[in-house]
Design a protein around this ligand. Sequence first.
Ligand SMILES: NC(=O)c1ccc[n+]([C@@H]2O[C@H](COP(=O)([O-])OP(=O)(O)OC[C@H]3O[C@@H](n4cnc5c(N)ncnc54)[C@H](O)[C@@H]3O)[C@@H](O)[C@H]2O)c1
Length: 310
Amino acid sequence: MTILVTGGAGHIGTTLIKALAAKGEHILAADIREKGTPPKGAEHCYNYRQIDIGDGDALDALIREIKPSCIYHLGALLTENSEKNYHESFRVNVEGTMKLLESVKRHGPIPVFFGSSRGTYGLGLGDSIDDLTLQRPLSFYGWGKLYCEGIGRWYWEHFGVDFRALRFPTVIAPGIRTPGHWAPSMMEDAITGRPHRSLYGSPDDCGVFLYIEDAARAAIELMAAPADQIKMRVYNVTGMNQMVRTKDLGDYLQQRFDGFSVEYAEQKSIKPNTPLIDDRFARDEWGWRPQFNSLELIVDRFKLDFVQPN
Ligand SMILES: NC(=O)c1ccc[n+]([C@@H]2O[C@H](COP(=O)([O-])OP(=O)(O)OC[C@H]3O[C@@H](n4cnc5c(N)ncnc54)[C@H](O)[C@@H]3O)[C@@H](O)[C@H]2O)c1
């Protein structure tokens, strides 16, 4: 049996495929990019298909053809791109997800994992957000993800589609250069002894981080959890349950790496504090525990990639 990973050429998709391959799974990575490269160790069990997930007919034909044992649906436009190209974001992120769920209803049973986002929260937040906090997003991307969370639940309730989802916070790993993500390049410069000039991070920008291997493992563990443990269906997860400002990370890296210098991006505005993420439902219902839950552990893990590149 084959596992289908949409967005399989992306950052989280590639890490997920590596982890699935290590479990002996066969994977079909599907992505709009022309070519996909198997991650190291997954060459023997990896196939690739170029597909536009906004094209419902192509997606339906693919699902009918391979009858996957599970779908990890990660293909999407991210925040900045969704703000700039909101019609395309609607076509891919929203319509693409609905078309996928419709195909699964037709050709299933096939469990579906959906990669949602902390961006589904926005207005009126307190110090912490949990799975019961009112979600009022500020971005087009966040509204799209929230709609998909909702229809995922709806397909579950009406047609029994086994839809499960995680709201990821900022997912970080070496090599990530997604617009707005200021932490990975800063960590890499500190580790490799280069001065850092931040493109996106003004001193008071904040993030709550999840290391990419934890993100992939969380998705796999959620999909492996027995059905009777899955009550909430869409869960917050986080790695570090601590809000990190750009300046906090810079200070930490300067303490740890002698001579490291940082130039921050211009301060755009003073932002309200980013709330902490309460992931107790994931912890209680299916046993979620992050492995990389401090800056120290995350930077240690980044360092490994420069000693033993993937
Ligand atoms: N990275 C994060 O911090 C973060 C946080 C919250 C949620 N997420 C979600 O996790 C998922 C994976 O994110 P990522 O960080 O790996 O991003 P990514 O940009 O690296 O991967 C997304 C992939 O989707 C593909 N894609 C875009 N349009 C497509 C289309 N029309 N058809 C098929 N494929 C298409 C892209 O080519 C890309 O490879 C996304 O759904 C994203 O919204 C990510």
